[in-house]
Design a protein around this ligand. Structure first.
Ligand code: THU
Length: 160
């Protein structure tokens, strides 16, 4: 048997430690929770991403009476950004969640489908995307989606 370890690096910042640029998208992600359409889960998620040219795009989760048709905040923002700015890498994506009258205390953890979509963005632009996961106790930051998804299925995986 062989055994190996996979490491991810995560930095935790309180609000005052975040750069002004990062604080801006974290705040916009929190703000975006207000536009969530989540009558079923009542779990309001907001996302705000920054493109390489500085443009900011936001999104929120959009649910449906036919439950599986709903879309997460991260993918709402990513797909909108890729449609409107197809030539721009996404350099950072912030996510926040609001439920039961307060922001989620722990860093919101993107679902597996969103991680896979984020990975495609990194692969498409050959540019890492920083991911900022807001929690009331701090913002957890990874420098690449690869830290959230250590095994990666990407375009080149199809060529092997
Ligand atoms: N959700 C997101 O939008 N992003 C996440 O990172 C986790 C989950 C949404 C999907 C659904 O509308 C609600 O939160 C509850 O799962």
């Amino acid at each position: 048997m062989e055994k190996y370890e996979i490491k991810s690096e995560v930095c935790v910042y309180d609000d005052s430690e975040l750069s002004a640029e990062d604080r801006e998208i974290v705040n916009l992600a929190k703000e975006a929770t207000k536009n969530s359409y989540s009558p079923y889960s009542k779990f309001k998620v907001g996302a705000a991403l920054r493109l390489a040219d500085g443009t900011i795009v936001t999104g929120s989760n959009q649910e449906n009476a036919s439950y599986p048709l709903g879309l997460c905040a991260e993918r709402t923002a990513i797909f909108h950004a890729q449609h409107t700015h197809p030539d721009q890498p996404i350099v950072a994506l912030a996510v926040a969640a609001y439920a039961n009258g307060h922001f989620y205390p722990e860093p919101i953890s993107p679902c597996g489908a969103c991680r896979q979509v984020m990975l495609e963005v990194e692969d498409r632009y050959k540019h890492p995307m920083r991911v900022l996961l807001y929690g009331a106790s701090g913002t957890h930051v990874v420098n690449s989606v690869k830290d959230l998804l250590p095994f990666q299925f990407i375009s080149t995986s199809l060529e092997k």
